[in-house]
Design a protein around this ligand. Structure first.
Ligand SMILES: [Zn+2]
Length: 187
């Protein structure tokens, strides 16, 4: 059979035709009674029937229903997975928010502590950078213990004098320290 005849045969079969119908045209001199061709024709017809049965099965309501169920199950699993991913992302976002809040709180507390420590250093005449604890300090070279500088009177009066005033035998208060209220002395 030549190539042209073969493609005619394919077209004929693809269009739903039977082999026996085209045999005389394709193979002049032979007919469908030829036993070998008859067997081939029979085999092809069987194959055609099997394919048709497969297609019908795929179209059957049971098959479609099972396929539909499987698709629904898959979609449900995907939706469940997406929901879990969203939940995890939300939990991560909340953890980050809490961490950020905590970080901001700590940062504010640190700024407040530093400002207070600076003020206290000013009140006590100490080096605000190292309080005399750091020999490499560029401000005081380790000499900045309290009293290294003249205490700032206003800050001393506000932060230190009230504590001095509570002493049982009061130390000589610096200029800004006020008198000791009698009812406020410690036992
Ligand atoms: Zn210092």
């Amino acid at each position: 059979m030549d190539q042209a005849a073969l493609s005619r045969l394919q077209q004929h079969l693809a269009a739903g035709g039977q082999l026996s119908e085209v045999l005389p045209e394709l193979l002049p001199g032979q007919d469908a009674d030829n036993p070998a061709l008859g067997l081939l024709s029979q085999l092809l017809a069987q194959r055609q029937e099997q394919l048709a049965a497969h297609l019908q099965e795929a179209d059957s309501p049971e098959f479609s229903q099972a396929e539909e169920l499987e698709r629904e199950r898959l979609l449900e699993a995907q939706a469940q997975q997406r929901a879990e991913e969203l939940q995890r992302a939300e939990a991560r976002r909340e953890r980050m928010l809490r961490l950020r809040e905590r970080f901001e709180d700590m940062n504010a507390e640190l700024r407040w502590s530093r400002a207070l420590l600076d003020e206290l250093a000013l009140a006590l005449g100490a080096c605000p950078t190292c309080w005399g604890e750091e020999s490499h300090c560029r401000l005081c070279r380790g000499r900045g213990h309290p009293g290294f500088l003249t205490p700032d009177p206003e800050t001393f009066a506000r932060l230190v004098a009230p504590a001095l005033n509570r002493q049982p035998s009061p130390l000589s208060p610096l200029a800004a320290a006020g008198p000791i209220p009698p009812e406020r002395t410690m036992p």
